[in-house]
Design a protein around this ligand. Sequence first.
Ligand code: HEM
Length: 147
Amino acid sequence: MSSILAALHLLALGIGLGGVYVRGRQLRYPLDDARLRNLFAADNAWGVAAVLWLVTGLWRFLGGVEKPTGWYLHNPLFHAKLTLFILILAFEAYPMTMLIKWRIRVKKNMSIDPSPLSRMRLFNRLEIASVVIIVFIATFMARGHGI
Ligand code: HEM
Protein backbone atom coordinates (compact mmCIF):
# COMPACT_ATOMS: atom_id res chain seq x y z
CA MET A 1 0.00 0.00 0.00
CA SER A 2 2.81 2.46 0.82
CA SER A 3 4.23 2.07 -2.71
CA ILE A 4 0.84 2.66 -4.35
CA LEU A 5 0.24 5.77 -2.23
CA ALA A 6 3.75 7.04 -3.02
CA ALA A 7 3.17 6.44 -6.76
CA LEU A 8 -0.18 8.29 -6.69
CA HIS A 9 1.40 11.14 -4.68
CA LEU A 10 4.15 11.45 -7.32
CA LEU A 11 1.63 11.18 -10.14
CA ALA A 12 -0.15 14.19 -8.63
CA LEU A 13 3.10 16.12 -9.07
CA GLY A 14 3.22 15.30 -12.78
CA ILE A 15 -0.45 16.15 -13.31
CA GLY A 16 -0.39 19.21 -11.04
CA LEU A 17 2.83 20.91 -12.10
CA GLY A 18 2.01 20.28 -15.77
CA GLY A 19 -1.53 21.58 -15.24
CA VAL A 20 -0.61 24.75 -13.38
CA TYR A 21 2.21 25.55 -15.84
CA VAL A 22 -0.08 25.15 -18.89
CA ARG A 23 -2.79 27.13 -17.10
CA GLY A 24 -0.32 29.98 -16.63
CA ARG A 25 0.60 29.86 -20.34
CA GLN A 26 -3.08 30.12 -21.27
CA LEU A 27 -3.80 33.10 -19.01
CA ARG A 28 -3.26 35.46 -21.94
CA TYR A 29 -5.20 37.72 -24.21
CA PRO A 30 -7.08 37.06 -26.52
CA LEU A 31 -9.38 34.73 -24.61
CA ASP A 32 -10.78 33.00 -27.69
CA ASP A 33 -12.64 29.66 -27.65
CA ALA A 34 -9.53 27.48 -28.11
CA ARG A 35 -7.64 29.32 -25.37
CA LEU A 36 -10.54 29.01 -22.92
CA ARG A 37 -10.87 25.29 -23.67
CA ASN A 38 -7.16 24.74 -22.94
CA LEU A 39 -7.33 26.98 -19.89
CA PHE A 40 -10.26 25.05 -18.39
CA ALA A 41 -8.64 21.67 -19.20
CA ALA A 42 -5.38 22.71 -17.48
CA ASP A 43 -7.39 24.03 -14.53
CA ASN A 44 -9.19 20.66 -14.28
CA ALA A 45 -5.81 18.86 -14.15
CA TRP A 46 -4.64 21.21 -11.37
CA GLY A 47 -7.84 20.45 -9.43
CA VAL A 48 -7.44 16.69 -9.83
CA ALA A 49 -3.84 16.94 -8.59
CA ALA A 50 -4.88 18.93 -5.51
CA VAL A 51 -7.42 16.25 -4.52
CA LEU A 52 -4.90 13.45 -5.22
CA TRP A 53 -2.24 15.20 -3.11
CA LEU A 54 -4.60 15.76 -0.23
CA VAL A 55 -6.06 12.22 -0.17
CA THR A 56 -2.74 10.36 -0.60
CA GLY A 57 -0.82 12.86 1.58
CA LEU A 58 -3.28 12.62 4.48
CA TRP A 59 -3.30 8.82 4.14
CA ARG A 60 0.51 8.69 4.30
CA PHE A 61 0.54 11.14 7.19
CA LEU A 62 -2.22 9.56 9.29
CA GLY A 63 -2.14 5.94 8.13
CA GLY A 64 1.29 5.07 9.49
CA VAL A 65 2.28 3.60 6.12
CA GLU A 66 5.72 5.29 5.97
CA LYS A 67 6.55 6.69 9.39
CA PRO A 68 4.38 7.09 12.50
CA THR A 69 2.12 10.17 12.53
CA GLY A 70 4.06 11.55 15.53
CA TRP A 71 7.26 11.60 13.46
CA TYR A 72 5.66 14.04 10.99
CA LEU A 73 3.99 16.05 13.76
CA HIS A 74 7.38 16.73 15.35
CA ASN A 75 9.19 17.45 12.10
CA PRO A 76 9.49 21.17 11.21
CA LEU A 77 9.97 20.20 7.55
CA PHE A 78 6.48 18.65 7.56
CA HIS A 79 5.09 21.84 9.13
CA ALA A 80 6.82 23.91 6.43
CA LYS A 81 5.42 21.60 3.74
CA LEU A 82 1.84 21.86 5.02
CA THR A 83 2.13 25.63 5.51
CA LEU A 84 3.19 25.98 1.88
CA PHE A 85 0.32 23.73 0.78
CA ILE A 86 -2.13 25.95 2.68
CA LEU A 87 -0.46 28.99 1.08
CA ILE A 88 -1.11 27.43 -2.34
CA LEU A 89 -4.80 27.09 -1.41
CA ALA A 90 -4.81 30.78 -0.43
CA PHE A 91 -3.07 31.82 -3.69
CA GLU A 92 -5.62 29.72 -5.57
CA ALA A 93 -8.65 31.59 -4.18
CA TYR A 94 -8.48 34.43 -6.73
CA PRO A 95 -7.83 32.44 -9.95
CA MET A 96 -10.32 29.77 -8.86
CA THR A 97 -13.10 32.31 -8.25
CA MET A 98 -12.44 34.03 -11.60
CA LEU A 99 -12.30 30.74 -13.50
CA ILE A 100 -15.59 29.54 -11.99
CA LYS A 101 -17.19 32.84 -13.07
CA TRP A 102 -15.68 32.48 -16.55
CA ARG A 103 -16.91 28.89 -16.92
CA ILE A 104 -20.46 30.04 -16.09
CA ARG A 105 -20.24 32.97 -18.55
CA VAL A 106 -18.90 30.70 -21.34
CA LYS A 107 -21.80 28.28 -20.77
CA LYS A 108 -24.22 31.20 -21.14
CA ASN A 109 -22.35 32.48 -24.25
CA MET A 110 -21.46 35.72 -22.43
CA SER A 111 -18.27 37.74 -23.03
CA ILE A 112 -15.29 37.66 -20.66
CA ASP A 113 -13.49 40.66 -19.19
CA PRO A 114 -9.72 40.02 -19.55
CA SER A 115 -8.64 42.63 -16.95
CA PRO A 116 -8.00 40.05 -14.13
CA LEU A 117 -5.49 38.17 -16.33
CA SER A 118 -2.28 39.72 -14.98
CA ARG A 119 -3.27 39.22 -11.34
CA MET A 120 -4.29 35.64 -12.09
CA ARG A 121 -0.88 35.05 -13.75
CA LEU A 122 0.87 36.42 -10.65
CA PHE A 123 -0.96 34.02 -8.31
CA ASN A 124 -0.35 31.17 -10.76
CA ARG A 125 3.42 31.87 -10.64
CA LEU A 126 3.38 31.98 -6.84
CA GLU A 127 1.67 28.58 -6.85
CA ILE A 128 4.29 27.08 -9.22
CA ALA A 129 7.11 28.41 -7.02
CA SER A 130 5.46 26.94 -3.91
CA VAL A 131 5.09 23.49 -5.52
CA VAL A 132 8.79 23.46 -6.49
CA ILE A 133 9.84 24.42 -2.94
CA ILE A 134 7.53 21.73 -1.49
CA VAL A 135 9.23 19.06 -3.65
CA PHE A 136 12.64 19.96 -2.13
CA ILE A 137 11.26 20.03 1.41
CA ALA A 138 9.36 16.71 0.91
CA THR A 139 12.32 14.79 -0.51
CA PHE A 140 14.56 15.92 2.38
CA MET A 141 11.83 15.04 4.87
CA ALA A 142 11.23 11.60 3.31
CA ARG A 143 14.93 10.81 3.75
CA GLY A 144 14.81 11.46 7.47
CA HIS A 145 15.89 15.09 7.66
CA GLY A 146 14.28 17.62 9.98
CA ILE A 147 14.31 15.52 13.15
C1 HEM B 1 1.76 20.64 -3.54
C2 HEM B 1 1.50 19.57 -2.80
C3 HEM B 1 2.47 18.46 -2.51
C4 HEM B 1 3.65 18.12 -3.14
C5 HEM B 1 4.32 18.80 -4.33
C6 HEM B 1 4.18 16.98 -2.43
C7 HEM B 1 5.36 16.35 -2.76
C8 HEM B 1 5.84 15.21 -2.15
C9 HEM B 1 6.96 14.43 -2.60
C10 HEM B 1 7.80 14.74 -3.85
C11 HEM B 1 7.09 13.41 -1.73
C12 HEM B 1 8.03 12.21 -1.85
C13 HEM B 1 9.37 12.40 -1.32
C14 HEM B 1 10.21 11.17 -1.65
O1 HEM B 1 9.78 10.03 -1.43
O2 HEM B 1 11.30 11.41 -2.13
C15 HEM B 1 6.09 13.53 -0.70
C16 HEM B 1 5.93 12.70 0.37
C17 HEM B 1 4.97 12.84 1.36
N1 HEM B 1 3.97 13.78 1.40
FE1 HEM B 1 3.61 15.17 -0.03
N2 HEM B 1 3.32 16.65 -1.40
C18 HEM B 1 2.26 17.53 -1.42
C19 HEM B 1 1.18 17.57 -0.56
C20 HEM B 1 1.07 16.81 0.58
C21 HEM B 1 0.05 16.93 1.57
C22 HEM B 1 -1.13 17.91 1.49
C23 HEM B 1 0.33 16.03 2.57
C24 HEM B 1 -0.38 15.73 3.86
C25 HEM B 1 -1.45 16.29 4.30
C26 HEM B 1 1.53 15.33 2.19
C27 HEM B 1 2.14 14.34 2.93
C28 HEM B 1 3.23 13.61 2.53
C29 HEM B 1 3.79 12.49 3.29
C30 HEM B 1 3.27 11.96 4.62
C31 HEM B 1 4.87 12.00 2.55
C32 HEM B 1 5.73 10.78 2.91
C33 HEM B 1 7.11 11.16 3.37
C34 HEM B 1 7.86 9.92 3.78
O3 HEM B 1 8.26 9.12 2.91
O4 HEM B 1 8.01 9.75 4.98
N3 HEM B 1 1.96 15.83 0.98
N4 HEM B 1 5.33 14.64 -0.99
